[in-house]
Design a binder for this molecule. Structure first.
Ligand code: IPM
Ligand code: MG
Length: 388
């Protein structure tokens, strides 16, 4: 081997060793485990609100109005606190050279839950996605994404592993410039076990009878192979629930097959497949603008839309026409997570009226439809009507 490559291989090998060490340490930390926070016991629940980039600040502005209306009494009494979190903008992140600037992360960690607008991720370069960094820093291992199309009997919930797979070392690959590039995919036993547990617990508590474990274990034999194996071990504790194995390619086809798609209930899958298939699922529901997403860990939780910051909408001057439904769904999930079930039900009911039953104000994402504010007004007015 040429001298030049020898050195590069040595450097890459040392890099790889360091990665193995940190990943093993992470797995060992996870094994020691943590107990989930009981929100019904907290004297004050602190909700951080973070605008993000592009259409994010527009959507969070409207979500804040919804929260203020639903939680008015508890905000007044101090049982709930809404905190604006500054600094999670692409300009600040680039200027500081940090995916999540340290002071912003501290402010987020001083809250119990976070409602977050989408953030822009620069393509290439070394800047990590703020989402990925937050999921890692707050250890938000379960990405929970519900999708429903009632008229078709579709009621899906995706449990996507949120801290490992292709994401955990996504910015730490190896390159021999002009020759080859290598990224890493990591599956830990503890990391898989906890997402599997979350999915099967959800299934049990919600009377679901089937969990689809979706991988590409025929090709990714170590990572996906272990993922599937561990999910089946966990499934053994839930004998009333059928655990089925599926490959991701055929599952993407299944989702667009109306003859069978409504038989699926709970999906349990590694990070990247979960990322891709939940966009597909959201599109079936009516677009990524309609789907909410929860990122749940044992100490923190973050709620967001499943879509990005839509820079194109901003460039075209259409930001105010963005659909806030996705973030409103995220608000509903957040309310459930902090045990504000009555308020969550109220918002869900209002959203059903506004987007399925009555649909007096429709957002299309361009000037043919209503603005984000007009739609939020409609939702607020509906909440007032059904709660009086
Ligand atoms: C999502 C998004 C993120 C992801 C991006 C913004 C990093 O697509 O939440 O699905 O890939 O997980
Ligand atoms: Mg995605």
């Amino acid at each position: 081997m040429e001298q030049q490559f020898e050195q590069q291989i040595d450097r890459a090998t040392a890099h790889f060793r360091a990665l193995l060490e940190t990943q093993l340490a992470r797995q060992i930390r996870m094994e020691s485990g943590e107990r989930a926070k009981d929100f019904s016991k907290l004297a004050t629940v602190r909700i951080g609100i973070c605008g993000g980039d592009g259409i994010g600040p527009i959507l969070t502005r409207e979500a804040r109005r919804v929260l203020n209306a639903l939680l008015a009494d508890e905000i007044a009494s101090g049982r709930i606190e809404l905190r604006e979190i500054e600094g999670l903008t692409i300009e600040n992140r680039l200027a500081r050279g940090e995916a999540v600037p340290a002071d912003t992360l501290d402010a987020i960690k001083a809250c119990d839950v976070l409602l977050k607008g989408p953030t822009t991720t620069p393509k290439g370069g070394t800047m990590e996605s703020a989402n990925v960094a937050l999921r890692r820093e707050l250890d938000l291992y379960a990405n929970v994404r519900p999708v429903s199309v009632p008229e078709e009997g579709i009621d899906w919930i995706f449990y996507r592993e949120n801290t490992e797979g292709e994401y955990v070392l996504g910015s730490q690959g190896i390159e021999i410039p002009g020759k080859l590039a290598m990224d890493f995919k990591v599956t830990t036993d503890a990391g898989t076990r906890r997402i599997a547990r979350a999915a099967f617990e959800y299934a049990r508590q919600n009377g679901k009878t089937r969990v689809a474990i979706v991988t590409k274990a025929n090709i990714m034999k170590k990572t996906d192979g272990n993922f599937s194996g561990i999910c089946h071990e966990v499934a053994a504790d839930y004998p009333e629930i059928e655990a089925e194995d599926w490959y991701i390619d055929i599952m993407t086809a299944n989702l667009v097959n109306p003859a069978i798609r409504n038989r699926f209930q709970v999906f349990l899958l590694p990070n990247l497949y979960g990322d891709i298939i939940t966009d597909e699922a959201a599109q079936i529901q009516g677009g990524v603008g309609t789907a909410g997403s929860a990122n749940i860990g044992d100490r923190y939780a973050m709620f967001e839309a499943i879509h990005g910051s839509a820079p194109r909408m901003i460039e075209e001057g259409l930001g105010e026409y963005a659909n806030p439904s996705s973030l409103f769904k995220a608000v509903e999930m957040m309310l459930r997570h902090i045990s504000r079930t009555k308020q969550a039900d109220l918002l869900a009911h209002a959203m059903r009226i506004c987007t399925e039953e009555e649909c007096r104000v429709t957002v299309t994402g361009d000037r043919s439809g209503a603005t984000c504010t007009a739609f939020a007004d409609y939702v607020l007015e509906t909440i007032r009507k059904i709660s009086s």
